[in-house]
Design a binder for this molecule. Structure first.
Ligand code: TEU
Length: 589
């Protein structure tokens, strides 16, 4: 038995009863997407049904009972549209077709039915800041300046006398993946804008025809029966008039001219009116750089109509001073608590939070915020306790429910992701040593989260019978679903019980949030209050043994510990010494 696997417990049978029973008991604005737990599937790495080494839709279908057993309510599927995969599906060639490697539209329809049969809803990735350069619109656009699709994208002449008569790029904006955000098209002798890879040209949202085509496509998917969208970089769709140069010292040059640009709110509000209004769907906008005020406008009662955003503030806190993703700074818990609390409070009545610590774009949350060594199990459970007891909709990224960790990179050839490959290339050119490069890649690369789901301890972790497209983490002999499900006290069962606990505990979903001990360097503690129901969550983010003391302002007659990742005695929450990465949730009376 591994450490920490015998003593944890979640008691979902508190006083609250079943969700259905509490509908009338509280004056809260109930919505299914507030009460839901979302599970994110990166299909390329989930389960391969046909032995080509690439996960696919039938693979997801084969695991529906798994999702059902875990108890999740919504699946967010990363892009499955036809794509040449310059950025693993975030470069879409055809919005209305399924990527051949993933299967067919029939497979998709069957998957959707299978989910709905189990009362699980499906949200799709909506990638409309850009298309693939192989999309029909761009192919035609680059044919000639007179193409009816020319104005679907953003074209500019070069500046000055650059090499070969091309001029320099029209401005100094950078691609999120490194280098200029402009590429030169020889045929029509002009530059096109791409905030990501050169194979991902940005769409021109000023063109009403572009917007209408997108809305039409969204309606087409919703009419098929999907339950909403996760909207990729939706705050980047509006670019400042005149495309002015950006501050070269910001983490992403140009960002101030395209993060929530001048017409972003207008476009999102229009999308809501044209497509979403009146439909019972869920929307979450991915928004790098969004501030709380901007989020309130996207989400609030008089806002643009979205349900949630993914802001980046808490997941970029450990960047170095330059604000560049590929630098490593310090992690400070008080700062982390301050940021999360700002969002918890700032969206109260002005929107709704999404709660996440990782996804396919970040390293594994356990390796980043917990301890993927000695305290792997304890810290995975502690982080899960936070995910399910903050105010907001929790997002579980595939594999986090078994405590998957970062990949132990040994060679540059193991790096697959376009963003990380570009970083490796730049640093090689600058003369960095392989070890130095790999150290940062190991900490930062998106590949960390994209290694295959670990189903069992067999050769390829039960992910494929072929050669996996990306290496399997060697720790799958110990870290895998089969093992976790077989142990009552595993991380997996803890997640399952926490999901049940949240569903049965109105205060965990709708309670007000109050941060305690803001300056404590190791402990994150907060209260959630809904009428007379109060939950106290206490989390030790450290491997040490700090003492927790409940502030005198919090009084109670009775306290019951309903969630804990270590064995506990009857001791109340007044004052106690915490064990490494300990988590407790008390119901206070
Ligand atoms: O990500 C947007 C984004 O800004 C980043 O998280 C990005 O991964 C990072 O800047 C790279 O260094 C979204 C998708 O989630 C991501 O997978 C796509 O690559 C990107 O948009 C482009 O579609």
């Amino acid at each position: 038995m591994e450490r920490g696997e015998s003593q944890s417990s979640v008691d979902p049978s508190g006083d609250a009863g079943e969700v259905a029973d509490w509908a009338d008991a509280f004056d809260v604005n109930r919505e299914w997407w507030r009460e839901a737990v979302v599970y994110q599937i990166y299909p390329r790495s989930f389960f391969d049904s046909d032995g080509d080494g690439i996960g696919d839709l039938r693979g997801v279908e084969a695991k529906l009972d798994y999702l059902d057993a875990l108890g999740v309510d919504v699946v967010w599927l990363n892009p499955v549209y036809d794509s040449p995969n310059a950025d693993n599906g975030y470069d879409i060639r055809d919005y209305r077709a399924i990527m051949a490697e993933f299967g067919t539209m029939d497979d998709f329809d069957r998957l959707l039915d299978g989910l709905h049969d189990r009362d699980i809803r499906l949200i799709m990735d909506l990638v409309v800041n850009h298309t693939s350069d192989e999309h029909e619109w761009f192919r035609q656009a680059r044919e000639s300046e007179d193409s009816e699709y020319r104005d679907f994208y953003i074209w500019r002449e070069g500046r000055g006398d650059g090499p070969g008569g091309k001029g320099k790029p029209p401005n100094n904006w950078e691609s999120a993946f490194g280098g200029s955000a402009w590429s030169y098209d020889e045929r029509t002798e002009a530059y096109y804008l791409h905030l990501f890879d050169e194979k991902q040209p940005d769409l021109n949202w000023r063109n009403p025809e572009v917007r209408e085509r997108i809305y039409d496509m969204m309606r087409w998917w919703l009419d098929k029966g999907i339950d909403g969208f996760r909207m990729d970089v939706i705050d980047l769709i509006s670019k400042a008039d005149g495309l002015p140069d950006g501050d070269p010292d910001s983490g992403w040059t140009g960002a101030e001219h395209f993060m929530t640009g001048p017409r972003a709110h207008e476009y999102v509000a229009e999308m809501y009116e044209e497509v979403l209004e009146g439909r019972d769907v869920m929307t979450v906008g991915e928004m790098p750089g969004a501030s709380i005020e901007q989020a309130q406008q996207y989400l609030g009662p008089d806002g643009d109509g979205l349900n949630m955003v993914f802001h980046f503030e808490h997941v970029t806190l450990d960047y170095g001073e330059s604000g560049d993703r590929w630098t490593v700074g310090e992690f400070s818990l008080p700062e982390f608590k301050r940021v999360l609390s700002k969002w918890q409070n700032g969206l109260h009545g002005e929107g709704w939070n999404s709660v996440y610590l990782g996804n396919h774009d970040w390293p594994r949350m356990l390796s980043r915020f917990g301890d993927d060594g000695l305290y792997r199990i304890e810290s995975a459970k502690m982080l899960a306790t936070m995910l399910f007891t903050l105010r907001g909709t929790p997002y579980v990224y595939q594999g986090d429910e078994i405590g998957m960790t970062n990949f132990p990179f040994e060679r540059e050839s193991q790096v697959q992701d376009v963003s990380a490959r570009n970083f490796v290339q730049r640093k090689r050119e600058e003369g960095w040593e392989t070890d130095e490069i790999l150290e940062i890649v190991s900490y930062r690369s998106r590949d960390n989260a994209r290694t295959p789901m670990q189903w069992d301890d067999s050769e390829n972790a039960g992910f494929t019978e072929g050669e996996p497209w990306i290496p399997v983490n060697p720790n799958h002999d110990a870290v895998n679903v089969a093992d976790a499900r077989a142990r009552d006290d595993s991380i997996w069962h803890y997640y399952r019980e926490l999901i049940e606990f949240r569903q049965a505990t109105p205060a965990a979903i709708y309670g007000d949030y109050e941060l305690l001990l803001p300056d404590d360097p190791d402990v994150y503690a907060y209260l959630r209050t809904l009428d007379d129901d109060r939950l106290l969550t206490v989390l030790n983010f450290d491997e040490g043994t700090p003492t927790f003391s409940l502030p005198g302002s919090v009084d109670y007659d009775d306290a019951e510990c309903v969630v804990h990742n270590y064995a506990i005695d009857a001791e109340g929450p007044q004052s106690f010494e915490m064990r490494p990465y300990e988590a407790r949730v008390y119901e206070l009376d």
